[in-house]
Design a protein around this ligand. Sequence first.
Ligand code: SAH
Length: 395
Amino acid sequence: MITVQLKPKKEESLQRFHPWVFSGAIQRIEGNPAEGDLVEVLDSNRNFLAVGHYQIGSISVRVISFDKIEIDSAFWTKKIQNAYTMRQSLGLIKHGFNNTYRLIHGEGDSLPGLIVDIYDDTAVMQAHSIGMHETRQILAKAIVANVPEVKNVYYKSETTLPFKAAIEPEDGYLIGNETLNLTALENGLLFHVDWLKGQKTGFFVDQRENRSLLERYSAGKSVLNMFCYTGGFSVYALRGGAKLVHSVDSSAKAIDLTDKNVAINYPNDIRHKSFAEDAFKYLNNLQTLDQKYDLIILDPPAFAKHREALRNALKGYKRLNAKAFEQIKPGGILFTFSCSQVVSKDQFRLAVFSAAAESKRNVRILHQLSQPADHPINIYHPEGEYLKGLVLWVE
Ligand code: SAH
């Protein structure tokens, strides 16, 4: 096998099971690997450390096994079975109540570069590395063979594969074909999920638990759901007994989707209104109208996708939260999130803290939210913690 030998003392992070090898740690590579090839990682004395997928970039190897074993279809099958067993024992798959969950969460499931979300009988698979792209057929077969509910596997990697690779992935069904039923069931609520054209795998599965929490606080409240996309939070607020729900997104397609999702759960419900508008513009307008809400949700897209963008992202979070503090009624509740991986929990909290201080209002933290159990964080890979949220009581 192709070997990647590390410089002296560079084996320490792998010995602590961190799954990445950075290019700067490498002494020499024997065998001229192509991107996506399996390689064996050795310490400076040529002792075995791990097996992983080789890639071009600052991360050179993403480890898929710390044991010296054959990476064959039995290996991949075992990984899929492990992931499924965990979701099953967490009680996430409940017939007639919930068929939407994440089956594979990259490093969190010891499968760096692979994301798989399940919507009813369809698995949507996303590769973030060439190694996983090349394993896609084996993985698809293993998913269908080991996840009893799944009949179709849709592959969606056009936008997630590293651009350096000279391959042109095509989105499409690896197994099965388009089902007529493009709806998913989450905690008893129905959602149209467009995995063909939607963002990510079509739905933000990671907010499931946080949407449930919001439902508990919605009774009798006027709710503003900013950056609503599929309207997930809005539908939960309606079920929770909100007296009014306003959903805002700058994308007209997102607003259509929100309206459809409200309609299949609560047809002709006059409590809901949606607005295709920029978030900042909408909040500024409220100021002139002097309209305020009991409960506001801020779930913006990642403001920083790279480390260089961090400073501006933190300013963005501060500005957005400051606007929300202005538009929330006394005794109101703010659900505020960041899904930027490069923004730490503390940095996000500081941005929200600064916004609160600017508003001069008395603010208490009720909950500190994170990602749900089907988006687990590998304890050896803290970088996997990306979703951060605060629920605040605003006097
Ligand atoms: N809360 C959603 C996920 C939000 S994804 C859920 O639970 O599913 C982020 C959304 O923000 C996208 O739909 C995107 O269209 C929208 N968006 C991005 N920039 C925006 C802006 N400046 N104003 C309003 N919406 C914006």
